[in-house]
Design a binder for this molecule. Structure first.
Ligand code: HEC
Ligand code: HEC
Ligand code: HEC
Ligand code: HEC
Length: 427
C-alpha cells in the first residue's frame, strides 16, 4: 500500500444533495475533445480562469488512469489473460470495464478511443450535451449537471464513482478467479486515494463559491459509509452466489483469512467475535469495523446493536448465501440511516480528535487486525492527522504504524497492535 502524498488541506465540497447520477447517460466524446490547447490542454495552470486548463497535461503525464488501458497490454496482463483463457485482456469486457471508459458503441463519439483508458468522461460523465455550453460565462454548475456532468464534487456520488472500479459494483467485479490469475488485491479509501491521484484542480475560494466545501473529515467519513455499504451490496448481490460453485465468491471474504503462513497464529477472540470459532472464515468487514469505532463517538447508543448485526453477518457467512443476503441487507439499511444522520451534521474539532482516538484504540485492542481493516485504520489516522493539522507531534509513531502495514506479505497483527498502542499513548 502507499502513504498519502505530500498534499495538505483536502477541503472538499458539499453541494446540495443530488439524485444518484451516472457517467454513461450521454455520448462520450473522447479525451481528444477536452484536450486541445484552447481547452484543458494548456501547458501550465492558468491564473485568469476558474479552472487550471492544464488538466489534460496532468492526467496524461502523471495520472495512472491515463495508463489503465496500456496496463492491459503488459506482460502481467497477458499472463493473466492466458490463465483466464481470454483471447486478450485489451479486448475482454471484464478488464475494459475498469481499465477504460467502456461505454457501449452507441455512446461513443467520433473522437472516442478506448485506448485513452480511464479518461475525463469516465469520471465527469458523457459531454455530449454540455461540451458546448459549460464554457459559457453564465453557465452554472447546476446547468452543467442537468446536462449530464457528473457531480463528482459530492462526496457520496464521488465515492460511488470511484468504488465502481476500486471495489466493484453491480456490473463489474474482480472475482477471486481474476485474483487467482494474478490481479492485485483491490483496496480503497476515498480521502487518501483522492490525495494520491495527482491533483488537476484546486479548492480555492472560487471553487467553493461554485461547488461548496466539504472538509476532509466529512469526505473520509462519507467514504467509510459508502465503502461499507458497497461491500454489503456486493455480498448480497449475484456476485456472491457463484452459480455451480461449492463456495460463494471468495473475494468477498477476508483475503488473509486464507492467505497467510500456517505458523503465523493470528486468531483472537477480540478479532473473531462471539460464536466464531478459530479456523473460521470471515466475510470482509474492514469498513464495518472502522464504522464501529466511529460509532463509539458519533452514535454510542446504537453501537452495541450495530456490533451485534455485524457479528450476525459474520456468522451468516458460515451458513448460506441467503443468510448473508438477509444480514447484509439489514446492515446496509442501518448504514443508510447513519448516512442521512451524519451528512448534515457539523463536526467540531474535539469530535474529530475523539474519532481518531477511537480508531487507534480499536486497533490497539486488536479489533482491526485483519490486514484490510489495519490498512483502513492506518489511512484513517493519516487522513485525520491532515484534517486536524497536528500530525507532527506523533510522526514517529505514525511512521512506525505505517511500517507494519506497508506490505501485506510481511504484515503481523501483533506488531500492528503494538504500534497502535504506542501511538495511542502519544495522542
Ligand atoms: C473506470 C474505472 C475507474 C474509476 C471510475 C476510478 N478509477 Fe482509479 N484507477 C482505475 C484503474 C484501472 C487504476 C490502475 C491503473 C493502472 O495502473 O493501470 C486506477 C488507479 C488509481 C490510483 C493509483 C493507485 C495506486 O496504487 O497508486 C488512484 C490514486 C486512483 N485510481 C484514485 C481514484 C479516485 C479517487 C477515483 C474517483 C474519483 C477513481 N480512482 C476512479 C480505475 C478507475
Ligand atoms: C473491478 C474493476 C477491475 C477489474 C474487473 C479489473 N481491474 Fe485491473 N485494476 C483495477 C484497479 C482499480 C487497479 C489499481 C489497483 C490499485 O493500485 O489500487 C488495477 C490494477 C491492475 C494491474 C496492476 C497495474 C500496476 O501497474 O500495478 C493489472 C496488471 C491489471 N489491473 C490487469 C487487469 C486485467 C488483465 C483485468 C481483466 C482480467 C483486470 N485488471 C480487471 C480494477 C480492475
Ligand atoms: C478518476 C477520475 C477523474 C478523471 C479521470 C478526471 N477527473 Fe477531473 N476531477 C475529478 C475529481 C474527483 C474532481 C474534483 C471534484 C469536482 O470538482 O468535480 C475533478 C475536478 C476537475 C476539474 C475542476 C473543476 C472545478 O470546478 O474547478 C476540471 C476542470 C477537471 N476535473 C477536468 C478534467 C479533465 C479535462 C480530465 C481528462 C483529461 C479529467 N478531469 C479527468 C476526477 C477525475
Ligand atoms: C476461502 C479462502 C480464500 C480466500 C478468502 C481468498 N483466497 Fe485466494 N486462493 C485461495 C485458494 C484455495 C487458492 C488456490 C491456491 C492454489 O491453486 O494453489 C487461491 C489463490 C489465490 C491467488 C493465486 C496464487 C497462485 O498460487 O497463483 C491469489 C493471487 C489470490 N488467491 C488472492 C486472493 C485475494 C486478493 C483475496 C481477497 C480478495 C483472496 N485471494 C481470498 C483461497 C482463498
Amino acid at each position: 500500500m502507499r502513504r498519502l502524498g505530500g498534499l495538505v488541506g483536502v477541503a472538499m465540497i458539499a453541494a446540495a444533495s443530488v439524485a444518484s447520477a451516472a457517467v454513461d447517460d450521454h455520448i462520450h466524446l473522447g479525451v481528444a475533445s477536452c484536450a486541445t490547447g484552447v481547452c484543458h490542454g494548456k501547458l501550465a495552470a492558468q491564473q485568469d480562469a476558474n479552472v487550471w486548463l492544464n488538466e489534460y497535461r496532468i492526467w496524461s503525464a502523471e495520472d495512472r488512469h491515463a495508463r489503465a488501458y496500456l496496463t492491459l497490454g503488459s506482460a502481467e496482463s497477458k499472463a493473466m489473460a492466458a490463465k483466464l483463457g481470454l483471447a486478450s485482456a485489451t479486448t475482454a469486457k471484464i478488464c475494459l470495464d475498469c481499465h477504460a471508459d467502456n461505454v457501449p458503441a452507441a455512446k461513443r463519439g467520433r473522437k472516442f478511443q478506448l485506448s485513452d483508458g480511464v479518461g475525463c468522461e469516465a469520471c465527469h460523465g458523457g459531454a455530449e450535451l454540455w461540451i458546448e455550453t459549460h464554457t459559457e460565462p453564465n453557465a452554472t454548475h447546476a446547468d452543467n449537471i442537468a446536462k449530464g456532468l457528473f457531480p463528482s464534487e459530492h462526496p457520496l456520488e464521488r465515492a460511488a464513482l470511484c468504488l465502481d472500479c476500486h471495489m466493484g459494483g453491480r456490473d463489474r467485479f474482480a472475482t477471486h478467479v481474476i485474483m487467482g490469475a494474478g490481479h492485485p488485491r483491490l483496496s480503497f479509501e476515498l480521502d487518501a486515494f483522492g490525495i494520491n491521484q495527482p491533483a488537476h484542480f484546486a479548492i480555492d475560494d472560487d471553487y467553493v463559491r461554485r461547488k461548496g466545501d466539504v472538509p476532509g473529515f466529512r469526505l473520509w467519513l462519507m467514504g467509510q459509509l459508502v465503502g461499507a455499504q458497497r461491500m454489503l451490496e456486493l455480498q448480497s448481490s449475484a456476485w456472491f452466489d457463484r452459480p455451480n460453485g461449492l463456495f460463494p465468491e471468495l473475494a468477498l471474504y477476508d483475503c488473509q483469512g486464507c492467505h497467510h503462513a500456517m505458523d503465523d497464529r493470528r486468531w483472537s477472540r477480540s478479532l473473531a467475535g462471539p460464536g466464531i470459532d478459530p479456523g473460521t472464515l470471515r466475510l470482509n468487514d474492514d469498513h464495518l469495523r472502522v464504522l464501529l469505532a466511529i460509532m463509539t463517538v458519533l452514535d454510542p447508543e446504537i453501537r452495541e446493536s450495530f456490533a451485534e448485526q455485524v457479528q450476525g453477518l459474520i456468522r451468516a457467512g458460515q451458513q448460506s448465501v441467503v443468510a448473508v443476503r438477509t444480514a447484509a441487507t439489514k446492515l446496509a439499511g442501518l448504514i443508510e440511516a447513519r448516512r442521512d444522520a451524519w451528512r448534515e451534521r457539523r463536526f467540531d474539532r474535539a469530535t474529530i480528535v475523539a474519532v481518531r482516538q477511537a480508531i487507534v484504540r480499536s486497533a490497539a485492542n486488536g479489533e482491526l487486525s485483519d490486514y484490510g481493516a489495519a490498512e483502513q485504520a492506518f489511512l484513517a489516522v493519516d487522513s485525520l492527522n491532515i484534517a486536524l493539522g497536528d500530525g507532527d507531534r506523533v510522526r514517529r509513531a505514525v511512521d512506525a504504524l505505517f511500517e507494519t502495514v506497508a506490505d501485506d506479505k510481511t504484515f503481523r497483527p501483533d506488531r500492528f497492535v503494538a504500534a497502535a498502542r504506542t501511538l495511542l499513548n502519544g495522542l
